[in-house]
Design a protein around this ligand. Structure first.
Ligand code: TXA
Ligand code: MG
Length: 324
C-alpha cells in the first residue's frame, strides 16, 4: 500500500471516512485521549482486520465509540449508574463496561467472546463529527501495534501503522494523552479496570460511594486480572525503562518531572517543569517515543507523585518498565 494520507477534517473527508467504514475499511481518528484505529463494530471482518493490523492477542476486547449516551443505549444494557456517570463525564475520557444487549449487532469479536461491551463517547470535536455522521458504533483500540505506546499525534499513527491503514485523520495533538479510564459496571459494584484522567475520586464523587480498582481486588483475591488488556509488559519502548530514578548516567536519557531535573543525562525531556500532572500525562507517550533510541542504554524516569492522574501515569510507566 502507498504511504497513508494524513488529512485534516472537512465535509468530504467525513464522507470518505464514513464510506470506508461502511465498506469494512479502517480509518485512524483522533480522540481527546489517544488516536484510535477505527472500524465498523458490527462488521466482524473489519474488526478482525483491526486485530491483525495491531498484531493484538485475540482475547483482548475493544472499546466501541458512539456519538452520545442515546446511541450507547442501543448496544448495552443501560443502568441508573451508567446514566449518572454519562451525565457527569460524557463526552469525555470515561469508558464504561456494561452487559451487551441481546440483539446488539456488535460483532462478538469486539467483546472477545464475552457478554460485556466497553463503550465510550469521545469529546474530541473531530471524533464527534465522524461518529455523528457514521451514526453507528466504531470499534477503536489505540492506533499502535500491540505492546507499543499509544499514538498521540497523526504522525505517530503513520510511524506505527504505515502501509496498513488507508486514511489517518489529523486532529492535532491529543489533549489528554492517556487512554480513557475503564470502569466495569457489569458486576455488583463498579470496578476501575484501567486508571485514566477520570480518577477514582472523581467517579466516587459522582456516585456518592466508594469504589475499588482491579489492582486492589486482584490483591485481595489473588485472582487473575479481569481486564485482559492489562498485560504486564505494555506501552513498551524498545529500550529499558528505569523508574523512580534518583540519579542518571551519561548513556541514559531522562524523562524528568518538576522544576529540578536530574543532570548528567545524554538527553532530557521534562514532562512538566511546573509539576503539573495533567501536562505530564499529555506529554507522556510522545516523550517516551522521542527518548526511545537504541543509541541509549535506558530511559531513566524521575518519580511522579502517585495522586490524581499521576496514578494512571505511574500505571503506564510500570507497564513500560515491565521485563519482556
Ligand atoms: O482512550 C481510549 O480508551 C482509546 C481511544 C482510542 O478511545 N482506546 C483504547 O482502546 O485505549 P484499547 O483497545 O487500546 O484499550 C481498551 C481497554 C483494554 O484494556 C481492554 O482490555 C479493555 O479496555 N476492555 C475493552 N472491552 C472490555 C470489556 N468488555 N471488558 C473489560 N475490559 C474491556
Ligand atoms: Mg491500547
Amino acid at each position: 500500500m502507498e504511504r497513508p494520507k494524513i488529512l485534516h477534517i472537512d465535509d468530504s473527508l467525513v464522507d470518505n471516512a464514513v464510506t470506508l467504514w461502511r465498506t469494512g475499511g479502517l480509518v485512524a481518528l483522533p480522540t481527546e485521549t489517544v488516536y484510535g484505529l477505527g472500524a465498523d463494530a458490527t462488521n466482524g471482518e473489519a474488526v478482525a482486520r483491526i486485530y491483525s493490523v495491531k498484531s493484538r492477542p485475540q482475547f483482548n476486547p475493544l472499546i466501541i465509540h458512539v456519538a452520545d449516551a442515546r446511541a450507547a443505549c442501543r448496544y448495552v444494557e443501560w443502568s441508573d449508574t451508567a446514566d449518572l456517570l454519562a451525565d457527569a463525564f460524557w463526552p469525555g475520557p470515561l469508558t464504561m463496561v456494561l452487559k451487551r444487549r441481546p440483539r446488539s449487532r456488535i460483532s462478538e469479536l469486539v467483546s472477545a467472546g464475552g457478554d460485556t461491551l466497553a463503550v465510550r463517547v469521545p469529546s474530541h470535536p473531530v471524533a464527534q463529527q465522524l461518529l455523528q455522521a457514521f451514526n453507528g458504533a466504531i470499534a477503536a483500540p489505540s492506533a499502535n501495534r500491540s505492546g507499543r505506546v499509544s499514538p498521540t499525534t497523526a504522525e505517530h499513527v503513520r510511524e506505527e501503522l504505515a502501509g496498513d491503514v488507508p486514511l489517518i485523520i489529523d486532529g492535532g495533538a491529543c489533549e489528554v494523552g492517556l487512554e480513557s479510564t475503564v470502569l466495569d459496571l457489569s458486576g455488583e459494584s463498579p470496578i476501575i479496570l484501567r486508571a485514566g484522567s477520570v480518577t477514582q475520586e472523581m467517579i466516587e464523587a459522582a456516585l456518592g460511594e466508594k469504589i475499588a480498582t482491579h489492582q486492589v481486588l486482584a490483591a485481595l483475591h489473588n485472582a487473575a486480572h479481569k481486564s485482559p488488556g492489562q498485560l504486564e509488559s505494555h506501552y513498551a519502548p524498545s529500550i529499558h525503562v528505569r523508574l523512580n530514578a534518583a540519579d542518571v548516567a551519561a548513556d541514559e536519557v531522562l524523562l524528568a518531572f518538576g522544576a529540578v531535573p536530574l543532570s548528567g543525562a545524554a538527553k532530557t525531556l521534562n514532562l512538566s517543569a511546573s509539576g503539573n500532572l495533567i501536562e505530564a500525562a499529555a506529554n507522556l507517550f510522545a516523550y517516551m517515543r522521542l527518548l526511545d533510541d537504541p543509541k541509549f542504554r535506558a530511559i531513566a524516569v524521575m518519580p511522579i507523585p502517585n495522586e490524581g492522574i499521576g496514578i494512571a501515569i505511574n500505571d503506564r510507566l510500570q507497564r513500560a518498565s515491565a521485563p519482556r
